[in-house]
Design a protein around this ligand. Sequence first.
Ligand SMILES: Cc1ncc(COP(=O)(O)O)c(C=O)c1O
Ligand SMILES: C[C@H](O)[C@H](N)C(=O)O
Length: 343
Amino acid sequence: MSQSEQFASDNYSGVCPQAWKAMEAANRMDEPAYGEDSWTQKAADGLRTLFDTDCDVYFVFNGTAANSLALASIGQSFHSVICHELAHIETDECGGPEYASNGAKLLLGQGENGKLTPESIKHLVTKRTDIHYPKPKALSLTQATEVGTVYTPEELRVIRSVADHHKLNIHMDGARFANAVAALDVHPSEITWKAGVDVLCFSGTKNGLALGEAVVFFNRSLAEDFEWRCKQAGQLASKMRYISAPWCGLLKGDVWLENARHANACAQRLARGLEGLPGIQLRYPRQVNGVFVEMPEPLQAALRAKGWRFYNFIGGSARLMCSWATTNEQVDRFLSDVRALVS
Ligand SMILES: Cc1ncc(COP(=O)(O)O)c(C=O)c1O
Ligand SMILES: C[C@H](O)[C@H](N)C(=O)O
């Protein structure tokens, strides 16, 4: 089975054709370095148009850097950041946010289906207000969440009102932001600055790029000196155009949204095909491009023996993740193998 026959991660996919074509176009001539090139300007302007607001845009290599540096910009070392206990910044960034902020503490909240609840936020903000405890200053929401669910615009507005009351900045981990927009069928502004998000880390990597994340500051006062923070962290690409030009490929004709819609549709096909099969049940509602299922260990082992790859370490179940490159044939082949093994 080829390496593309997998549901391990959207990080396994290749580069989508439109991004590749834009990369080739950027490769035709020399361009200024360190973000001074025409492609970076075009990509940043394209994101300002997409979000319909005058936001500050920066490009970094990966999501851990984007999250870590963004969080370091919205709080100090003596502050704390509230996030869900399943948040990637807690579970899979190796202390990056704490390191980049020189010590800000992550306070872990709860909520069904991987979503922080206003009650959990209030509890964490008020449980200790004495000088000995790191003062809550920021909130991190993952949209779509690590377990493939989404915050609705209304849920975000309620969380914003809690954040306002407690003077918290809001960071959004948008590793699968495109998938959330596609699932909610809203304008991107509805689940970002109009819902009070201060900074968004918008992943290109999971949406068809080789690498490259956009850090979008809607609250521009928090972006002060961010470029120096990136430079010191080794996140200022000298040939920035090779990150920003593929972003132009995603933005042109809303390829970013089509890629997300496709990934979500493949996951929907997969979830529907698994429903009702003996011993298999969904662990979380399928809302974007991931399907989280409880499957007996022997079945998982048999699928892996057939070459299928998928993770078990997220959300306490098997995660089947689709991408822009997933095909219906691949989904149907997986389902056929599952049906044969459970029959
Ligand atoms: C929810 C989430 N946030 C952030 C990231 C960024 O991680 P990376 O540093 O691997 O780009 C990922 C990675 O896949 C992710 O799943
Ligand atoms: C979990 C892993 O770090 C990666 N963020 C993924 O979702 O595949």
